[in-house]
Design a protein around this ligand. Structure first.
Ligand code: MG
Length: 252
């Protein structure tokens, strides 16, 4: 029985308009997260940094509930920090995360969580689909049938989120547990990618570029070619046969 492993690549860029990259991300082979900060002054940067930093400190996550608990803790840390500094008041961040969790047998188990409009997608057997739901105004209108996905993509208020860390003492976290299968590819990204590159184009890149770091870098380039109006962060995670796994990961 061969062992499965995760191979990953991460790329993040400030874009062509903004002065500061308020996105933050972390990856360590077991846990992967993308956070997209919001808020004036240094707020967005600080909030996403606190969230990614808290995930970096996590030891083994054993199930989706524990992963969601880490999100709640990050929310508390962001609120506490904002309370000490009026210039950070109102700061917040999205968070989408994927974790390998222990399983009884040889199966590779994964857990995911999401708050906000950063996304996780899955490519499997050529099929590319969004796993997470956007907690955004247009996401809710789309699910209610009041906007088509095409209208949502161009809606002037498409960046208004309805859930984020830092906003309230309580935070609702969506969570999933599923089996990782060799050949699956996961994409975690901030909205800087989604606003500039269509799902069809993203799917094509993920089908055609084998190395996860190269695929992540290509997607960030495409967001910048298309305008780069926001920070873009892309994390590509592949489920691979452990025997074939090159331990080298790429980050740019
Ligand atoms: Mg953004």
């Amino acid at each position: 029985m061969s062992e499965t492993a995760l191979r990953w690549g991460l790329s993040s860029h400030v874009g062509r308009v903004r002065q500061v990259n308020q996105d933050a991300a972390m990856a360590n082979g077991l846990l992967f997260a993308v956070a997209d900060g919001m808020g004036g002054h240094r707020g967005g940067e600080v909030a996403s940094d606190i969230a990614a930093g808290h995930f970096r400190l996590q030891q083994e996550v054993t199930n989706a509930d524990e992963l969601a608990d880490a999100v709640v803790e990050a929310n508390t840390l962001i609120r506490a920090r904002a309370a000490t500094d009026p210039t950070l008041s109102g700061m917040g961040t999205t968070l989408v995360a994927l974790a390998r969790i222990p399983s009884e047998d040889d199966e590779l188990l994964l857990a995911a969580v999401n708050v906000g409009d950063s996304r996780m997608y899955r490519l499997e057997d050529g099929e590319f689909e969004q796993v997470t739901q956007d907690h955004s105004l247009v996401g809710e209108l789309t699910r209610a049938g009041q906007l088509s996905p095409r209208e949502a993509a161009r809606h002037p208020q498409r960046n208004v989120v309805t859930r984020a860390l830092g906003v309230d003492d309580k935070v609702d976290v969506d969570k999933w547990t599923f089996t990782g299968v060799v050949g699956q590819r996961y994409l975690l990204c901030s909205d800087g990618l989604i606003d500039e590159v269509t799902d069809e184009e993203i799917g094509a890149v993920l089908r055609n570029i084998d190395e996860p770091g190269d695929a992540a870098a290509k997607l960030v380039d495409m967001a910048n070619w298309s305008g780069g109006r926001d920070n873009t962060t892309v994390l590509v995670v592949d489920v691979v046969d452990g025997a074939e796994c090159d331990p080298a990961e790429t980050e740019s």
